[in-house]
Design a protein around this ligand. Structure first.
Ligand code: 5AD
Length: 369
């Protein structure tokens, strides 16, 4: 074991200096990963017991005005199959999900001008009126602050917006020039300030990622102190500029999940579909590395394959909402239980976060240059 000192310090102080992050992220071995996994599991148990939260994912539109170089749904991919679910169909998904036991719905989609602000607001209101006991998460990209506020007032509770990378030069490797890290961060700050339970995240092994950029991702997450963080391996999609790049490392993804759990003890951390896609036991091993959320797919079966952000994305096995029994079994096999509780962030643990956010506002000014 080569990096026990850093792992122990991270658990104790919930902070590492940049050089320590780089040492840890570039100089670890399998024993370090096993050790971090043990620590992460212990922490998960302390905060959440053996409960795994589930969120029903509805991929409601595959149209996107953005052109991110890594994503199969990028605007320039003329081969992508585009669909936009009508409201009634989204409501049917929720209804089916509610019947299966889900109490959180995640509306995820590309940045689709066909779903205007007004249309979104009406949809959010409708869902919250029909299922007032459910939490509603949005994952629909960058909007004006006013739109975020209106969505929140209409009833949305949570928002997922991966920051993708906390290094502005790396951000430009991954995105065309009409997108910027500064704007992403601005959106995340606004979402948090409005009151959303907010999630950020990044792809492990994204083209151009280094120990240095990963160190920035970890420090960024420490400073943002989000309620959730989504990380999964990068998986190339052949109809994108990164189609011939290598996929992200499975083991590094697991290691990073553990480090996130050790640093942000009560964070909601999904074992992502991407992790399940690159390895058969991905979801289970993600949980054993410290993840505590799974997001089964509630989208209509007919459109699932069309939501191809990367190739061979899983959508019919344990990750399908209609196969919750399989998921429950696979979790029981490793000592965990699926719970349908909403699993909101615990407010009493927020104080430190507020302090950190204040600090972060100052730090970020230098980061944006
Ligand atoms: N591989 C893995 N994850 C991807 N995402 C987009 N494209 C890919 C890919 N090729 C992730 C991004 C985005 C989320 C919806 O999916 O991080 O924020």
């Amino acid at each position: 074991m080569k990096r026990k000192t850093e792992i122990d310090k991270l658990e104790r102080e919930e902070h590492l200096e940049r050089e320590e992050w780089i040492e840890l992220l570039t100089g670890w071995d399998e024993e370090d990963r096993a050790y971090a996994g043990e620590r992460a599991r212990e922490i998960s148990h302390r905060y959440f017991g053996n409960r795994i939260y589930v969120r029903g994912l509805i991929e409601f539109t595959s149209y996107c005005r953005n052109d991110c170089y890594y994503c199969g749904l990028r605007r320039s991919n003329t081969k992508a199959c585009r669909y936009r679910l009508p409201e009634a169909e989204i409501l049917s998904c929720c209804e089916a999900g509610y019947g299966l036991g889900f109490r959180t719905f995640v509306l995820q989609g590309g940045e689709d001008s066909g779903y205007t602000e007004d249309r979104m607001i009406a949809l959010i209101r409708r869902i919250k009126a029909l299922w007032p006991d459910c939490a509603l998460t949005l994952s629909v990209g960058e909007w004006e602050e006013e739109a975020y506020r209106q969505f929140y007032e209409a009833g949305a509770d949570r928002y997922l917006l991966r920051h993708e990378t906390a290094d502005s030069v790396h951000y430009e490797v991954l995105h065309p020039s009409d997108m910027s890290l500064a704007h992403r961060i601005d959106c995340l700050q606004k979402l948090k300030a409005i009151g959303y339970q907010t999630g950020c995240g990044f792809m492990v092994g994204a083209p151009g990622q280094t120990g240095g950029t990963l160190a920035k991702d970890m420090s960024f997450i420490e400073e943002l102190h989000p309620h959730m963080a989504g990380i999964g391996p990068f998986i190339p999609h052949r109809d994108t500029p990164f189609g011939k790049n290598q996929r992200g490392s499975y083991k590094l993804t697991l290691f990073l999940l553990s480090l996130l759990r050790i640093m942000e003890k009560n964070i909601l951390l999904p074992a992502t579909t991407a992790l399940g896609t690159i390895c058969d036991r991905g979801r289970e091993e993600g949980v054993l590395a410290g993840a505590n959320v799974i997001m089964p797919n509630l989208s209509p079966v007919a459109v699932r394959e069309k939501y191809a952000i990367y190739e061979n994305k899983l959508c019919t096995g344990e990750e399908a909402a209609e196969h919750m029994d399989r998921l429950q079994n696979s979790m029981r096999n490793i000592g965990y239980e699926i719970t349908f509780e909403r699993g909101d962030w615990k407010e009493r643990q927020r104080e430190k976060g507020k302090e950190r956010t204040r600090q972060w506002n100052i730090n970020m000014i230098s980061c944006r240059r």
